[in-house]
Design a protein. Structure first.
Length: 365
């Protein structure tokens, strides 16, 4: 069992830099938790605290009911997979996987059984006698996973493990890591800046920025109900479109107004901002929440096509709308060229609305 709890945990370095600030987080036993955010946001620091590679300078870190602040790494029953794989170049695949067990003086027959079982699960049995320089990037990653697996840890830590792989291999390795978690029934904590990895793998996502947690929730909740503009912008491909404007009441309805553009707010959103005419806000429209075709005037955006970018089954349209450049995702059946004027119907129930000053959501609190 491995339930991990951060109780007002902080990390401050001697030079005064604050890497992590007041982190309160419960990680459930057997959960797959993803720490997501840009470089320098504190996610690797958080992972390294779990591993015991970084000291806790404020608050307490618990494994179940035990305070772990001063417990050394080798007594934490965690296994870590690094971005660099960290394989011994002079050792065979077999010896790389077995190394940790040999250091802990496990019996030879148990070591052999665990190594071959891990190799079978990861489909690297034919590679056991090779050395790392004879392996592809994906094969090296499997070896690194195998070395962690054989320890049978209570906590499995991964720090950007797929960032060195090409795009196609990253997709297949995500599926393998997901299957590995299901098979091992172990707590996984995974660090990434890749939103696709987070959405694919996580039971819950922790979005971080500058050492501060911005939002914690399921992938669907993070994507559908972002608490601020940073969270909204960090998930989505292409990123969410933001339009600055003001709230107004027109013909008895709450609308978002920017120049000639006026979008009617759905009833649920209108109730939250009632009586706030003139308030400066930012409207968020995700790229996929539009469709070509008819609709009432208050349900459409109209603009000029600046560029069309084919992306396989879809197309990204760059439009100039109300003086801003917006990106939308449309199907291949839509046929327009640069310079065309288009009118797109907007799914009003999927709009997002943020306060311009605080950037906090006016819809999700």
């Amino acid at each position: 069992m491995a339930r991990i709890r951060f109780d007002s945990v902080g990390k401050k370095y001697p030079n005064g830099f604050v890497a992590l600030e007041n982190l309160n987080l419960d990680i459930d036993d057997k959960e797959f938790l993803v720490l997501l955010g840009p470089s320098g946001c504190g996610k690797s620091t958080t992972l390294n605290m779990i591993a015991g590679l970084e000291d806790v300078t404020d608050g307490n870190l618990y494994f179940d009911r035990d305070v772990m602040n001063t417990v050394p790494p080798h007594k934490r029953d965690v296994a870590m997979v690094f971005q660099s794989y960290a394989l011994y170049p002079h050792k065979t695949v077999y010896d790389n996987i077995a190394f940790g067990l040999k250091m802990r003086k496990h019996p030879k027959d148990e070591i052999d059984r665990r190594v071959r079982d891990a190799a079978r699960r990861l489909e690297i049995e034919p590679l056991l006698e090779r050395r790392p320089d004879q392996l592809s990037g994906g094969q090296r990653q499997r070896v690194a996973l195998g070395r962690a697996m054989v320890r049978q840890p209570s906590v499995f830590l991964m720090d950007e493990p797929l960032s060195n792989l090409d795009a196609a291999l990253r997709i297949s390795m995500r599926a393998e890591i997901k299957q590995l978690h299901q098979a091992m029934q172990t707590t996984f904590v995974y660090v990434t800046h890749d939103q696709a990895e987070a959405l694919t793998l996580a039971d819950r996502i922790v979005v971080m920025r500058s050492g501060v947690v911005q939002q914690i929730g399921s992938p669907d909740a993070i994507y559908e109900q972002p608490r601020n503009m940073f969270v909204a912008s960090f998930l989505g491909n292409p990123p969410i479109n933001f339009l600055e404007g003001r709230l107004a009441t027109e013909n008895g309805q709450a609308v978002f107004r920017r120049g000639e553009l006026a979008l009617t707010l759905p009833a649920s959103m209108a109730q939250r901002v009632a009586g706030q005419d003139g308030r400066e806000v930012v409207l968020g429209i995700r790229a996929e929440d539009v469709a070509e075709g008819a609709g009432e005037a208050g349900e459409r955006v109209q603009g000029r096509v600046l560029s069309v970018l084919p992306v396989g089954s879809d197309q990204f349209y760059e439009l100039e709308v109300a003086g801003s450049k917006l990106f939308f995702r449309l199907g291949k059946e839509v046929q327009h060229r640069a310079g065309d004027q288009v009118s797109l119907g907007v799914n009003l129930n999927r709009l997002h609305l943020f306060d311009k000053q605080s950037t906090a959501s006016l819809v999700w609190h």
